[in-house]
Write a protein that binds this ligand. Structure first.
Ligand SMILES: NC(=O)c1ccc[n+]([C@@H]2O[C@H](COP(=O)([O-])OP(=O)(O)OC[C@H]3O[C@@H](n4cnc5c(N)ncnc54)[C@H](O)[C@@H]3O)[C@@H](O)[C@H]2O)c1
Ligand SMILES: [Zn+2]
Length: 347
């Protein structure tokens, strides 16, 4: 037997910058236009900020969790191809997490990868989805199960986009902010609680510091564990149950809202499994209530819900992996929880 080794120990530098500011994006967009970049733009962003895209031929995407699918991926790729893109093409994605996830996946796959630039326009995408290189679509009813790790060239965050978000979308994104605080930083959680009124009023100074904080936490986690073999799994706090809620509600419950409820239910599970104390459960409950998230969710179809847990990317043959918060500010991974055991706790 001959053994030929394909030695692929790589030294790749995928580093990139995240710029955070106010009122600088029009100029950046014009710069990419002048370089001949391609644009994928969320339809609401196009409607609200038409002047940014004057004279630019854009692919405009209507977003909904149901549109985060193969069909959209194919449409975007067809557009890229139609425009005669070559390997050196650049795709600028302007929108929330849905546009970013699908657009980034299209960029990762087209000609095995063209450059892409993330311009997140929702709170959720600014603090979470635009950073870290996870790109994906939903497939066969499961969340984000077809995708890639593909880092953007740069992330440009213009805080002014937040002014036009609906209250619901704003709160939806804020759930991921609370998530970082629960897992990593009790002081940050207290800061959020103390500044509740300003946060609700979208005070720009507070918001800038929040976005900056979340991006630096995420960048730090991704630097240590780009492919989610370890610490990055902690960012899934609330997401296993959250994905169950998203699937069971046929995406009627938005991602952030589902994650918020998921964080509470998972903390109760942690308590029942002996990983969290009562104090933590009540703190999670208090904070979620303070900002107006639902703690409870009525499961419509147990099979659909359980299937979503089992199909979760974090699940393995030996069971479900949960990212839990035993104590505020200290996340912990618990692996191999039998699906049956979880079902018994839930249903
Ligand atoms: N890749 C990751 O690491 C990661 C992390 C977290 C979440 N996600 C994914 O992100 C998705 C959710 O992202 P989202 O909440 O941004 O959803 P989204 O992209 O659907 O945006 C939410 C809504 O806001 C609108 N919108 C966007 N920008 C706006 C603006 N500036 N003003 C007014 N309206 C605006 C959109 O048109 C849409 O209706 C989920 O699919 C989730 O799975 C991915
Ligand atoms: Zn999330």
């Amino acid at each position: 037997v001959l053994n030929l080794r394909v030695d692929l120990k790589k030294e790749v530098d995928d580093s990139y910058d995240i710029l955070i500011g106010n009122g600088f994006i029009a100029e950046k967009i014009a710069g990419y236009r002048d370089k001949g970049a391609l644009f994928l733009v969320d339809s609401n962003v196009m409607r609200l900020y038409p002047s940014f895209f004057k004279d630019i031929d854009c692919f405009v995407m209507e977003t909904s969790e149901n549109a985060k699918d193969m069909e959209s991926l194919i449409e975007i790729m067809s557009y890229i191809k139609e425009k005669g893109a070559r390997r050196d093409a650049e795709l600028v994605v302007v929108g929330g997490g849905i546009t970013g996830d699908v657009g980034g996946f299209a960029a990762s796959a087209y000609m095995r990868g063209i450059k892409f630039i993330q311009i997140p326009t929702t709170l959720l995408s600014m603090v979470d989805s635009s950073v870290g290189g996870k790109v994906a679509v939903n497939f066969g009813g499961a969340k984000n199960n077809v995708g890639a790790f593909y880092q953007p060239e740069t992330v440009l965050i213009d805080m002014d986009f937040l002014n036009t978000l609906t209250d619901e979308e704003y709160l939806n994104g804020f759930a991921e902010v609370v998530k970082y605080a629960f897992i990593f930083d009790e002081e940050f959680l207290e800061y959020l609680v103390d500044n509740k009124e300003k946060i609700i009023a979208r005070d720009m100074d507070i918001l800038s510091s929040i976005v900056h904080k979340c991006c630096s936490i995420k960048a730090d986690v991704v630097r240590q564990d780009e492919k989610e073999d370890g610490i990055r799994k902690l960012l899934n706090f609330g997401h296993t149950i959250g994905h169950g809620i998203e699937s069971d509600s046929e995406f009627g419950v938005k991602h952030g809202m589902a994650v918020a409820t998921g964080m509470y239910i998972e903390t109760v599970i942690a308590f029942k499994l002996g990983h969290a104390d009562e104090k933590t459960v009540s703190r999670v409950e208090e904070v979620l209530e303070l900002f107006g998230y639902d703690k409870e969710y009525n499961i419509k179809n147990k099979e659909v819900f359980a299937a979503a847990l089992g199909a979760d990317k974090k699940a393995s043959k030996s069971g479900i992996t949960l990212a839990l918060t035993p104590k505020i500010g200290t996340g912990k991974i618990i692996s191999d929880i039998p699906l049956k055991e979880l079902e018994n706790l839930l249903f």
